[in-house]
Design a binder for this molecule. Structure first.
Ligand SMILES: CCCCC/C=C\C/C=C\C/C=C\C/C=C\C/C=C/C(=O)SCCNC(=O)CCNC(=O)[C@H](O)C(C)(C)COP(=O)(O)OP(=O)(O)OC[C@H]1O[C@@H](n2cnc3c(N)ncnc32)[C@H](O)[C@@H]1OP(=O)(O)O
Ligand SMILES: Cc1cc2nc3c(=O)[nH]c(=O)nc-3n(C[C@H](O)[C@H](O)[C@H](O)COP(=O)(O)OP(=O)(O)OC[C@H]3O[C@@H](n4cnc5c(N)ncnc54)[C@H](O)[C@@H]3O)c2cc1C
Length: 620
């Protein structure tokens, strides 16, 4: 049977309503219709072709990218696409490009950290793309340590200006996307200095290039930092280097939404947390979680199609060889990745809600959920991108030799995706931020301050430290409450143990440094609990369509039990489950794999419907 006939056969065998499942994946019928419409628009437009990307030189790739970006903008205007449709179109063009940063960071930063006048001045030009902006925070010497940035912005009361300067080689801005060739402006993060006093890092809008001839302005040295990982991939982006030699800007070019400098040069810190200067990073981190589910679903689509079509060994009496998807080892490697794509999809939907909620609260000067939002966005960005990067590599291996061919789509997908573990915050550094939040929560348990939200379980830690999971048979692991309690007990015990061990150190900072690895692991346990709990909440919603909820329940159990199996040591060490119960969980997982198999190609193939037009380079 031809591969495509087989796919059609597999779809027909689906035990669930594939059309309804597409809507679950998209988040709503409207979102699905927009995605499908824009995906067809991109796939049918030869300008957006991607199959030649890995064969182009860096220069031709960059020209091709600019051509696509210009064509995308033209189509957005011609078709009067909405902001959501335009964002989808940029996403489906699927090539790192300067507009990612203009729309994804430069504009959000002005909206989040600029005052009303600054938004009115800069946003209309940015929306019309009369100016192109980038987000220039990282320097050659500092990326993770934002408070270590060296670029200076010194207020000159004589002229009512800031002098932007790069005092050292390591203060050179290094990495900002869009900086190397395209951006006319940058959002520069620099040390604010007034009257000799250093007020820490703040944002400044600085023009880099002339709007007439695009040449760098006086005092500006700017360029591209060169080839990056792999051919094609992120080389379509002009990540750049930038140095300032006493460049003067007007005082009103400091973003004044969070803090201000008066005409007299007085620094005014509004009664808002200084960390709002980090707000754009929080915004992008929550977007990256949803993006992880998309990248992961692409890789899993490719690996599933291969696994369904590929046959190897097992022929009897000249009959067909065995489909590799029937091998238990292939299933145990592939199906948890399929389940993870859904898990990240759903937690990404929830995180978008959490971010929207905190944005509304901030407008009412309610900062109460800011710490939790920081911990959730940092932790989920870290855990989902690390898992997705590993999963794309696993999908390459699941496809045998073909997975290493560019035409499989996997090498390019891997090369474009893996920097997500670094940009918007190194994943370990972000886990340590989560750990800081967990330790602060544990330290306050006796204070009467009741933990709420995603950390509420910590308020039940006394019970959780004693609890024993009620599992006597494999099928007991199919109960969401049993799984949830196991994950809560593991997370609570790992955090409480770290807190106890920290008390053995006279100096908390020294303890934190010595126990950093344990703290990072406790952070992962906390974040995985969030993902599991949000999957359960999704399943508690009304999910229409024949068999759709049943399939999602199977995927939930595959996701949770494969994690439990992978981290069995943590669970057993926390005392909440016994080795025998761990073995029963693994037994249940094996049973689940056989159920996922019969529907798996349909589950995945409908995602292929949405994405195969985009994976034009996938040739098998
Ligand atoms: C290409 C595909 C893209 C997919 C995404 C799709 C769409 C996205 C849209 C657009 C983006 C497009 C492309 C994205 C791709 C590439 C672009 C990449 C851009 C970048 O990489 S920008 C630079 C990113 N850099 C970082 O993330 C730096 C990481 N470091 C930090 O954040 C900070 O240095 C730190 C680690 C948090 C430490 O900060 P520090 O001031 O020293 O604070 P601490 O002393 O550690 O803590 C003090 C206190 O503050 C709290 N805190 C810290 N951060 C925050 C925060 N962000 N919000 C709220 N609260 C915060 C912390 O918890 C402490 O609180 P305590 O109560 O414990 O005191
Ligand atoms: C493709 C790409 C695009 C980017 N785009 C932009 C952009 O548009 N704008 C921008 O401003 N930046 C951008 N960046 C830069 C990016 O934000 C930084 O690279 C990132 O924040 C990591 O910082 P770093 O490079 O200093 O890594 P480092 O912090 O030097 O990390 C190196 C190692 O040190 C470890 N480490 C560091 N601190 C600690 C600690 N306290 N405890 C334990 N371990 C630690 C890390 O875990 C890591 O293993 C981009 C980067 C890439 C790769």
């Amino acid at each position: 049977m031809e591969a495509l006939d087989y796919h059609a056969e597999e779809r027909r065998k689906a035990e669930f309503d594939v059309e309804e499942m597409k809507i679950v994946w998209a988040g709503s019928r409207q979102a699905y219709e927009i995605s499908d419409r824009v995906a067809r628009l991109v796939a049918s437009d030869p300008v957006f072709r991607k199959d030649n990307r890995t064969m182009l030189s860096r220069k031709d790739l960059f020209k091709d990218t600019l051509r696509k970006a210009a064509h995308a903008w033209k189509r957005i205007i011609e078709l009067r696409l909405s902001e959501e449709e335009a964002s989808k179109l940029r996403f489906f063009v699927d090539q790192p490009v300067f507009t990612d940063l203009h729309w994804g960071m430069f504009i959000p930063a002005i909206k989040g950290q600029g005052n009303e006048e600054q938004q009115q001045k800069w946003l209309p030009m940015a929306y019309k793309m009369q100016i192109i902006g980038c987000y220039a925070q990282t320097e050659l010497g500092h990326g993770s340590n934002v408070q270590g940035l060296e670029t200076t912005a010194t207020f000159d009361p004589e002229t009512d200006e800031f002098v932007i300067h790069s005092p050292t080689l390591t203060s050179s801005k290094w990495w900002p996307g869009g900086l190397g060739k395209v951006s006319t402006h940058a959002l520069i993060y620099a040390r604010l200095i007034t009257d000799g006093q250093d007020h820490g890092v703040h944002g400044f809008i600085v023009q880099l290039r002339s709007l007439d001839d695009h040449l760098p302005l006086p005092g500006i040295t700017v360029g591209d930092i060169g080839m990056k990982f792999g051919s094609g991939a992120y080389n379509s982006m002009d990540n750049g280097v930038l140095r300032f030699d006493h460049v003067r800007i007007l005082r009103d070019q400091m973003l004044m939404g969070v803090s201000q400098v008066t005409r007299e040069g007085k620094f005014m810190q509004s009664d808002v947390p200084r960390q709002l200067v980090y707000g754009t990073m929080v915004y992008v981190r929550q977007k990256i979680v949803a993006d992880a589910s998309c990248a992961l679903s692409r890789a899993v689509c490719i690996a599933t199609r291969y696994s369904v079509v590929r046959r190897q060994f097992g022929s009897h009496n000249g009959g067909p060889e065995t489909q590799v998807i029937d091998y238990k080892t292939q299933q145990s490697r592939l199906f948890p990745l399929l389940a993870s794509a859904y898990a990240f999809r759903f937690v990404g939907e929830w995180l978008k809600w959490l971010y929207t909620d905190v944005t509304q609260r901030l407008q009412a000067s309610d900062f109460s959920t800011l710490p939790e939002v920081h911990a959730c966005t940092a932790g989920l960005k870290s855990v989902t991108t690390s898992a997705t990067a590993d999963a794309i590599e696993e999908c390459r291996k699941l496809c045998g030799g073909h997975g290493y061919l560019s035409s499989s789509g996997l090498p390019e997908l891997f090369a474009v995706y893996v920097p997500a573990c670094t940009y918007e915050g190194d994943n370990v550094v972000l886990l340590l931020q989560v750990a800081r939040f967990l330790m602060k929560t544990v330290s306050q348990l006796g204070s009467g301050k009741k933990p709420v939200g995603t950390i509420a379980y910590m308020g039940r830690s006394e019970h959780l430290l004693q609890c024993r999971c009620e599992v006597e048979r494999a099928e007991d692991w199919l109960k969401p409450n049993v799984i949830l309690e196991a994950f809560e007990a593991r997370a609570a015990r790992m955090s409480v143990t770290c807190a106890k061990n920290l008390n053995n150190f006279a100096n908390q900072e020294e303890g934190f440094a010595q126990l950093a690895t344990d703290l990072a692991e406790a952070a992962v346990a906390h974040v995985q609990l969030i993902i599991v709990s949000k999957f359960i909440e999704k399943l508690q919603q009304d999910i229409p369509g024949k068999g759709v909820k049943r399939q999602l329940e199977i995927l939930f159990n595959v996701y949770a039990l494969s994690l439990l199996h992978k981290h069995l040591g943590d669970f057993v060490a926390s005392g909440c489950i016994t080795p025998k119960q761990g073995a029963l969980a693994n037994e249940q997982l094996r049973l689940l794999y056989s159920q996922v198999h019969f529907d798996n190609p349909s589950l995945l193939l409908y995602m292929v419907l949405l994405l195969e037009r985009l994976l034009q380079s996938t040739s098998f």
